[in-house]
Every structure is written in C-alpha cells, then in structure tokens.
Design a protein around this ligand. Structure first.
Ligand code: CU
Length: 322
C-alpha cells in the first residue's frame, strides 16, 4: 500500500494551481482581472509540445522551489504589470480563487497530496524590499487537516482576507501564497527534485477611502525565507501518518493591525472565461531562460526581471478577459 501511494503521488505531482480570479465582497472581478499570471516555469511534458491545450504544459501553475530567486516575489514575470486594477475599500473582503486548469465545476483545484499552509501578504506598490506585511496565515488547524488540503479544495479553491480597517488609500499588491509540503522532507538545495513547493501571485489593488493607517516595515522577497526557516523543511509524513503537530507557517508573524480571519462570503456568479489564457513562454527551472514560440519557431532570451521603483499602473476599467 505504501509503495502504491508513493507511485500514485509521483504520477500526479504535476497537478499544480494558479489564482484564476479575485472577488470583492463576493463579487467576481473577472478571470485574470488585476492578476499578474506567471509564465510557465515547469518542464514541457515528454513527447508533447510545450503549449498543448488541456495539460499542465503551457500554463504557469508550477511551484517555485528556489527560495533565493526573484521569482519568489510575484512568481516568474511577476514584475510585469497587469492591465487592470481591482478597487477595494478598507474592511472589504477579498477572496482568491485558485484552480488547477480552469474555473469550471470539474476542476480539481489542487492535487490531494498537496497538504500545506496558506499566507497572504500586502505591500504598498510596487512592492520593494522590506515592504511585504503578512495579514493572514493558516497551517494545520487540526490533526492532518491543512489549509490547502482539504480546506481550500473543499471551498472550491477560495480563501478570503479582509482589507485592514482604516488602511490608507493608494495602490497596493496582495500576494496570496500556498506552501505545500508533500516534498518538503528535504531542502530543495539538498535534492533538486524535491523541497517545499511555493505558489504565489501578485494582485494589483487600489484601496479607496480616507484611511490613515500605513503598513509597518515588512519582509523582502526573496529574503523572507531561508532553507533553515521554520516550516520550510518539514518531515510530516502527511500522506501516511499525519502527526498532531504545531506547524509554523514560514515567514513573519501576522501583523497585529491585520483584520481578524474571515470566512468566505457567499460568492456571486463567475465572470469572464472559465478557461485559462496561456502564456506563450517557457521558463526552465535551472537555466533561467525564456523560450517563446512564434511564427519563426523558438527563440530564447534570458529572464532578467527589472522591478519598477514606482507604480506605473492605473485604474483603467478594462473588462475582464480582454
Ligand atoms: Cu503541484
């Protein structure tokens, strides 16, 4: 049974996840609206073209495992601004919807082996060093019961935070993050094929209102996590024998000014296409090369993110899905 489970886990290890849409007070803002979707950062499947429809290849849903790359901030290509911005007010409930391949009713959200924790960070745009403030975290809330599996899956990929009360108006980035532990028994530096899997994306918001609270100094990405940080290497045998444990979610403690945890509100109808628009890029896990397809075939350029020091994005009212 044990070896069967190991084989089963290995065979579905590519069942990863992405933020597909964001809701404000239960109202869907639309597929990809305000989200910076990552470029593909996993290997093309053997025998398949890299951008095949319906498979993992060609979407950016693979995890980040190297804690020292700039990818850790907003995932690969995370410095590229989204064309639209989500408007919120202090006290609003923002809900993130994750999905494996699409937003449809049969999507698996994330594979059942991916037990782990969730955190949400908030930073003033554009999100530089020492600016990321943790406003939410949840790990193993009872024996063998984790924020990602089964809770996030049972909630159809949705978890929520409240925008801090009285937060000062302006542009911010929200950074929801999943930490999955099914390969976290060793550090990624000790085994290049294993290590904790981090899934994060940045979402552009504009906070309105007349608030007066500014965020405190935060952490940096990369920088917030090291391979010695609590919760990064964690041999929990979660598939076979979940221990009663006090898992420490990686990173700083939740900011005391954050709003208390909030349940998911009732969600309105989904807006925008339920399928995912793929990046036409491929980023290798080790060579830091972007490969783009085009009429002339494959071209390669180095991925060198250049983070802006000021916020260039605005408040256009582009429709979701464009
Ligand atoms: Cu995965």
């Amino acid at each position: 049974m044990r070896s069967f489970l190991l084989l089963f886990t290995a065979s579905v290890a590519s069942a990863h996840t992405l933020v597909r849409s964001v809701y404000v007070n239960g109202v869907d803002q639309g597929t990809n609206f305000g989200i910076r979707p990552p470029a593909m950062n996993g290997p093309p499947r053997a025998g398949e073209p890299p951008f095949i429809d319906g498979a993992d290849s060609g979407t950016g849903s693979w995890p980040v495992r190297n804690l020292n790359l700039p990818d850790l901030r907003c995932n690969i290509f995370g410095e590229k601004e989204a064309p639209d911005t989500i408007r919120v007010n202090p006290g609003d409930v923002v809900s993130f919807e994750w999905g494996h391949r699409n937003r449809g009713p049969s999507d698996g959200i994330i594979e059942a082996s991916h037990k782990g924790a969730i955190a949400v960070y908030l930073a003033p745009a554009p999100g530089g060093d020492n600016s990321w403030v943790k406003i939410f975290e949840e790990g193993e809330y009872s024996k063998g019961q984790w924020a990602v599996v089964p809770k996030l899956v049972n909630n159809r990929g949705v978890h929520s935070v409240r925008i801090p009360n009285n937060l000062k108006s302006g542009f911010y980035l929200l950074r929801p993050e999943l930490f999955t532990l099914h390969e976290a028994d060793v550090a990624h530096t000790a085994n290049a094929n294993r290590g904790i899997q981090l899934y994060m994306e940045c979402i552009q918001i504009y906070v309105g209102g007349n608030g007066t609270v500014t965020l405190p100094q935060g952490v940096s990405f990369p920088g917030a996590y090291s391979y010695n940080s609590p919760g990064i290497v964690y041999n929990c045998n979660i598939v076979y024998n979940p221990p009663a444990s006090a898992y420490k979610v990686p990173g700083p403690t939740v900011w005391a000014g954050a709003a208390p945890s909030v349940a998911n509100p009732p969600l309105g109808a989904k807006k925008g296409p339920l399928t995912y628009t793929r990046w036409n890029t491929w980023v290798g896990p080790t060579d830091r090369i972007v490969t783009a397809t085009g009429a002339g075939g494959m071209t390669k350029t180095a991925y060198n993110p250049v983070w802006p020091t000021a916020t260039a994005w605005g408040l256009n009212a582009a429709e979701a899905g464009e």
